[in-house]
Design a protein around this ligand. Sequence first.
Ligand code: OTU
Length: 668
Amino acid sequence: MDSKQAAHLLATLLDTYRGSELSSDREFFMRLAFHFRDIARLSYSLYGGRSHLEEWTRRLVDLLYTQYRARPRRAREVDRVRERNPKWYLSNQLVSTMLYVDRFAGNLAGLRRRIGHFRDLGVNLVHLMPLLDCPAGANDGGYAVRDYRAVDPRIGSMDELVALIEAFHDDGILVQLDLVVNHTSDQHQWAQRAAAGDQRYQDYYYMYEDRSIPDQFEASMPEVFPQSAPGNFTWLPEVERWVMTVFHEYQWDLNYTNPDVFLEMLDVMLYLSNCGADVLRLDAVPYLWKKIGTTGQNLDEAHTILRLFRVCASIVAPAVALMAEAVVQPAEIVRYFGTDDYAGRECEMAYHVSLMVLLWDCIATRSTRLLRRGLESMPEIPRNATWFTYIRCHDDIGLGYADQDIRACGLDPFLHRRFIVDYFTGRYPGSTATGSPFMVNLRTGDARISGSAASLLGLESAIERGDRHGIETAIDCLIMLYAIVCSIGGIPIIYYGDEVGYLNDYSYLDEPDKREDNRWMHRPRIDWNKMARSQDCVTVEGRVFARMKQLIARRKELPEFAADFPAQMMDPANEHVVAYLRYCADYRTLVLANVSDVTQIVSFDVLEESGIDPSAADVLSGRPAQIEGEYVVLRPYAFLWLRHSVFGESAPSQTTQAVTTQTREHTR
Ligand code: OTU
């Protein structure tokens, strides 16, 4: 559709609204007019072949208007603030955490009583893991949604959620919710109707009477859960149909080639936005469009769907940022920020999966070679996009490096991945890690890793051995990784439990519907007696907590840690040390981190190249680095944030007051 046709269509649509509507909701119609060309273009590219496109567009606009009118006043105010400051999420002020409401605090009411914990730690963006209504028993941690408009009654109600989000906002804490866009539970009413034979709802899914089409799909589609859910289709005896189930058999893939499905999910997205969410995490986005003869991942149409979601949200709920969950190859991940005309206009955030796995690689190999190679070969991201930086989340750690990067480091991709899995599952001689292999694929030899960060770093085994030195080393290593995550650019995620060095939680083995999925070992049930030790500096929990808290507080004081400019990788001429420079107009900070268990030295050259004086103070300790001759000394797993001010002062920081005001701005 060209711009003339789009303008004509818009004029026809606007004609049907009353003058009173146009004037009282001017804001909506202005935004609609501004974005309409994109709506028309993207819709046409997805569904252009259909006869009812105009009628469909009319339904889409009606839906947007209805959701705009339902948008609460307070949310509209945030919209206006963020429209004036559209890159709000690049700020160094943001630090996030993610947690399961039930495992963290029992229920929503319990979580409300824990707001003080977040305030104490300094996190101000809380991702509440899936909390919508889902079947009891196996539900993939809530990623099998039965009702997108109801909260899981076991943890509370929708009214409670909305009130909780308001309470968070009052405290300057933002909230992120999941939008499970790719599939529904087999108990969702659409699925139930489909299973009862209703054609309309069968068309919401990929359903087939016999194997002929499923077999064609299978020929090129990989398996996500080869051990627990092999194949991509499930037989439904009640309707005698095959249904596409890429993940578990109880998660039915939505069929976005049906334009009605897009409208349904758009409505869900705006509904959740209107509940007050600041960030929506779009689950499994690479899978949104399937085509025979492809892997069914990362197809262009999946990007078009996301762009259309983004444009629509910009009209109704511009305050809401969209985060892509795409655990795919590095070159594919960055495409979720948008490309070409839509660069920076798809999802503005994504998990930095590549950094995550490369950091674990450093720990196993004691070398930064692959990390440097991997980060250097990452394409640049649009200026308004940002990463969520993290060392682990609720999922397994998949070894999704780019094979060519592994080869460029002189390693064999297959053997190297096997080494990494062996290392973190404690099978490699000398490894102190206690993780478990996840989803071993006997056919491809592929495997991923489960385990809490602290356990993977040897804390669990050191405590078991009563090895005090081992305990300190594991803590140092955990903090060093978080020091990178907090400084390399993007929004750091403090995975819940890591703030006190939580170990693997094996209680999932006693839960029948979780026993088969060892990702639950790193989704701990929080014991608040243990958490209380965070206030006691002689305990492991207290030592980890104090240092995490300090990292977070310092990060917020350093404007050069904002995501406006990418980190510049430096060469410290020592493969065991990561070095990168962060800068803004007034300050620059050189980050040095020793990823090995041996003391390392770094020549002054890298300081000179970074414009940092060897006498510069480390932001965290307030003291200059330890120096031997012309070298900086880094003890095992030590790191430094060496800061230089163009004003020539020594490491000044913004006042705490300025920091708080800025955070508040986000939620206003
Ligand atoms: C996501 O992860 C969730 O994070 C998982 O917890 C869910 O099980 C899953 O979706 C299904 O809802 O396979 O190993 O590229 O890799 O969506 C993690 C994205 C996963 C997929 C990702 C998926």
